[in-house]
Write a protein that binds this ligand. Structure first.
Ligand SMILES: [Zn+2]
Ligand SMILES: [Zn+2]
Length: 882
């Protein structure tokens, strides 16, 4: 492509440097040749005898010539059938070489002011900067603070990888000093300004100027120059398109440095400070993005290939992006075209989403550029409205406000983003292959737009009950699905900071019952009961739950983090209710449930399997990381309980015929996030519905479950209906669901509500040995349902089965204005206090009434304490066990 590149190939290999930059001008090739010459000199010098430097050079990693970034080749993305589904190419737009005299002084100075204020004085390294950095590092205790001069950055961007090791730093400093001996400051600056990574795949000030402002670098204002100079240290964080606030802070800082260092006057500073550059950036960005749009899947693949090239191959982000778009790569993705088509079809159908009456918003993004008598003016507005029609009408209104007679429209763009938004991902949990994914609904315009399946962190809500509480309890603490907690008013002390009383989702004035009483863990899962989850968490310990979550592949949980001077942690009692500091991604949540589906083995979700270089050799092979999180028996029990969720619990809407389905709903208490993660013996899929800016949703919370069913039923069309696999080590036994213990004939099966026996699965060795200690028989007066007095007619005295909680409820402690409405409370044995005797047949003092034990045998007060704790064997209990 150009002679100097080829002429230098052999030498480049000798010095192990992955250098490649597009250069179109002979002059720049000359400078490049000089740089390479410098490096050769450096190597020669080191070889000649600088012991330490020599050793460091010798230890530099050997880079294969194939790792060098080739230029100008289109890359291809292949689907699983080996068909090309996407060509990747940015053309030459992302790097355009300009010579230093084409770059205005204020652009040069903006970079010098922020990156290297002593650039014109130092000899390649800045000793003052280094000492300051050492001081900062010692203070902060880590070695992250760099003190890279512009010269060092030229070396780093072009010669060395971005690895932050001490050796690399020495190499970089050494080469920088050598470079300064041979090159003029202007030449170094020109190289720097043409190679610096400036975000969105651009290298150099000309490409960035085109990308953000649609003009040549020579036309940039001072304010615009400072925007671009602000990007280089952290291109995503300071991205002026998606993070204009961050960029603006940096831009203002740069302007103040330029003023302080004498590069601009106070007058220029005042003008630049108030110039509105960011609305123009939005306009240009929309024009740019309208030109190309890759799918969410392709976007995600590009991000991941870039990450892996950096991590595994030591490329800088710039080099990796360049290689992906221009390196002639073949990228093989895991996407299944048919499944993706099904998913896209479901998401494209507006009838699958809340309607206008239910809950619909339209976010309008409108930009307008006008040619006016004062030159071109740019306008931009973003606003959430009630409907598309309203958005379009508002757009017309804006137009009439912004335009005056004689104005001419240069550019006009609008986008209506429907709300609530949604995302879905389908994974083959056995291989980790992501089969289909969508990161949003509505038209996707542009590349690397927000992916709500992989990038948005949202509250997982109730989906965390299984993962954080029940899974560890069963896997590690010997819990069973039959274990019972009382769903009654519950308060837990939180270490020193007060107390917490969880509320159930059915705790509202319209519900007949706001507590459901004695309930098994199976029921807690089926009906997503908050108090059961929190009580389980309290018993197993928060750290245990947290460890399991980390093992399930969640990467965004907070152990301890300081935000605005406050300490945050996800290690707290609400962990199973999914109240997290940052939240989790839908992808990670789905993969965690895939772990249960995959019989306890976590498999990292992947989007591509391999990447080949332009010459066909393997550049990256993706083997998903995999490890065992839980026992097979634990996974089975959870799956079995979660089949109830879909069969008869909170997710019946997700069901479709002829397929085993298990899953868990996730609703945050304020209905800002709705999720359902479900799986079959074939695939796991997760769906999320919510507003981009979290907001309470008012619709009936069924849309996402119906959509999950719509997509998954089509994916499974024609699949054999098999059961979930049953591992060894299980047994079954009949228990009583009020106590979680062995059932007692004549009692548990004679509960006034019907039999409370349940044929339950257990891990061998965990079948309860004791008999139900909750059910009791007692004689009451049929009319008052209370203990009979001597005045109650004999024919009204009846024997009934009651519950008698081992942890008695104390109604005296309840708020008389708003007592808890506990399901089944009327069947609780009245406590033996005066007012528990029949209040209908009362003519005299009541006679003492005998208490009964769980087998219906009378207990006399004198022997009560003696019999306590003794196992009372029923006469002929029929216990089923295999
Ligand atoms: Zn019982
Ligand atoms: Zn009575």
């Amino acid at each position: 492509m150009n002679f100097s590149r080829h002429a230098n190939r052999k030498k480049m290999r000798e010095i192990s440097s992955p250098v490649t930059k597009t250069t179109k001008l002979i002059g720049t090739s000359f400078i490049r040749a000089l740089v390479f010459g410098v490096i050769l000199l450096a190597v020669a010098g080191a070889a000649a005898g600088f012991g330490i430097a020599n050793a460091i050079f010798d230890s530099a990693p050997e880079l294969d010539f194939n790792d060098l970034v080739p230029e100008g080749y289109t890359s291809f993305i292949y689907n699983q059938n080996g068909e090309v589904i996407q060509e990747l190419s940015t053309g030459d737009a992302n790097r355009i070489y300009v010579e230093i005299d084409q770059i205005p002084k204020h652009v040069q100075n903006a970079f010098i002011a922020i990156e290297d204020e002593r650039f014109l004085e130092h000899n390649g390294i800045d000793m003052r900067g280094i000492f300051r950095a050492i001081f900062v590092n010692l203070q902060s205790g880590n070695m992250s603070e760099g003190a890279s001069t512009i010269t060092q950055q030229v070396i780093k961007n072009n010669i060395l990888s971005t690895e932050k090791s001490f050796e690399r730093k020495i190499q970089e400093q050494y080469l920088s000093v050598q470079a300064e001996k041979v090159l003029e400051k202007e030449e170094i600056l020109e190289l720097y300004l043409n190679t610096a990574g400036l975000g969105r795949g651009t290298n150099g000030v000309q490409a960035a100027s085109k990308r953000y402002f649609n003009k040549d670098v020579g036309e940039l204002s001072i304010a615009e120059a400072a925007v671009i100079a602000g990007i280089t240290q952290r291109p995503t964080y300071y991205d002026p398109v998606i993070n204009p606030k961050n960029n603006e802070e940096k831009q203002k800082l740069i302007l103040s440095y330029m003023l302080d260092q004498g590069y601009i006057t106070q007058g220029q500073y005042n003008v630049a400070k108030v110039e509105d550059v960011y609305s123009h950036i939005q306009v240009v960005n929309q024009e740019f993005e309208a030109q190309s749009d890759y799918s969410y899947f392709v976007d995600e693949t590009i991000r991941r290939v870039a990450d892996d090239l950096e991590l595994q191959k030591g490329y800088s982000n710039n080099q990796a992006i360049n290689l992906i778009y221009r390196g002639g790569l073949s990228i093989y993705i895991t996407q299944d075209d048919d499944m993706q088509t099904i998913l896209d079809g479901s998401f494209a159908n507006d009838e699958n989403f809340p309607t206008f009456e239910d809950d619909y918003n339209a976010m309008l993004q409108f930009s307008l550029s006008l040619k006016t008598s004062d030159g071109v003016k740019h306008y931009y507005e973003e606003i959430v409205l009630q409907s598309d029609e309203e958005a379009l009408a508002y757009m017309e209104q804006l137009k009439s406000e912004w335009m005056v007679d004689g104005d001419e429209i240069v550019n006009e763009h609008y986008l209506i983003i429907p709300e609530p938004q949604a995302a879905m991902v389908v994974i083959d949990y056995y291989t980790g292959h992501v089969k289909a994914m969508t990161g949003g609904r509505g038209e996707k315009i542009g590349n690397q737009t927000l992916n709500r399946a992989t990038q948005s962190l949202r509250q997982p809500g109730s989906t965390f009950k299984v993962l954080a509480a029940y899974l560890p309890a069963i896997d590690m603490m010997g819990f069973t699905l039959a274990d019972v907690y009382d769903d009654v008013p519950y308060t837990i002390e939180i270490g020193g900071s007060g107390s917490y009383s969880p509320r159930n989702w059915y705790d509202n004035p319209r519900s007949e019952f706001n507590y459901w009483g004695l309930s098994t863990i199976r029921k807690g899962i089926e009906w997503s009961m908050n108090i059961l989850a929190v009580r389980t968490m309290a018993d197993i310990g928060i750290q245990t739950g947290f460890n399991y979550l980390e093992n399930l592949g969640f990467t965004t949980l907070v152990d301890r983090e300081e935000i605005n001077g406050q300490i945050f942690t996800d290690k707290n009692i609400v962990l199973p209710l999914g109240g997290l500091t940052h939240g989790v991604s839908l992808l990670e949540l789905t993969a965690a449930y895939g772990t249960i589906a995959n019989q306890g083995v976590y498999v990292e979700p992947i989007f591509y399997t391999r990447v080949l270089s332009h010459d066909g050799s393997i550049l990256l092979l993706k083997e998903p990381e995999s490890h065992t999180v839980m026992k097979e028996t634990t996974a089975f029990l959870l799956t079995n309980a979660m089949e109830d969720v879909v069969r008869s619990g909170t997710a019946t809407k997700a069901r479709f015929d002829n397929m085993s389905i298990a899953g868990k709903t996730g609703t945050t208490s304020d209905s800002k996030d709705l999720a359902f993660i479900g799986y079959t013996p074939y695939y796991v899929a997760g769906i999320w519905l919510g507003h981009d800016e979290p907001e309470k949703m008012i619709h009936n919370e069924t849309y996402h479950k119906l959509m999950w069913s719509d997509v998954m039923s089509q994916i499974h069309d024609g699949f054999e209906n098999v059961s979930f696999p049953v591992p060894d080590g299980l047994t079954r036994a009949t228990i009583c669901t009020e106590s979680g213990l062995k059932y007692v004939e004549g009692l548990c099966d004679h509960d006034q509500r019907g039999s409370t026996t349940k044929y339950e699965y257990f891990v061998q060795g965990t079948v309860p040995k004791d008999y139900c200690d909750v059910h009791v028989k007692a004689v009451v007066c049929e009319e008052s349902k209370l203990f009979p007095t001597e005045f109650c007619p004999d024919e009204l005295k009846v024997e009934k089965v009651f519950t008698a909680r081992t942890e008695p409820l104390i109604p005296e402690n309840w708020d008389p204005e708003d007592p808890p409405r506990i399901k089944g409370f009327i069947y609780e044995l009245p406590a033996t206090v005066d007012n528990e005797f029949c209040n209908i047949h009362t003519d005299a003092l009541p006679i003492p009434v005998v208490e009964y034990d769980e087998n219906g045998n009378p207990i006399s007060p004198e022997t009560d304490t003696e019999t306590e704790g003794e196992a009372i064997s029923p006469e002929s209990p029929v216990i089923e066990e295999q």
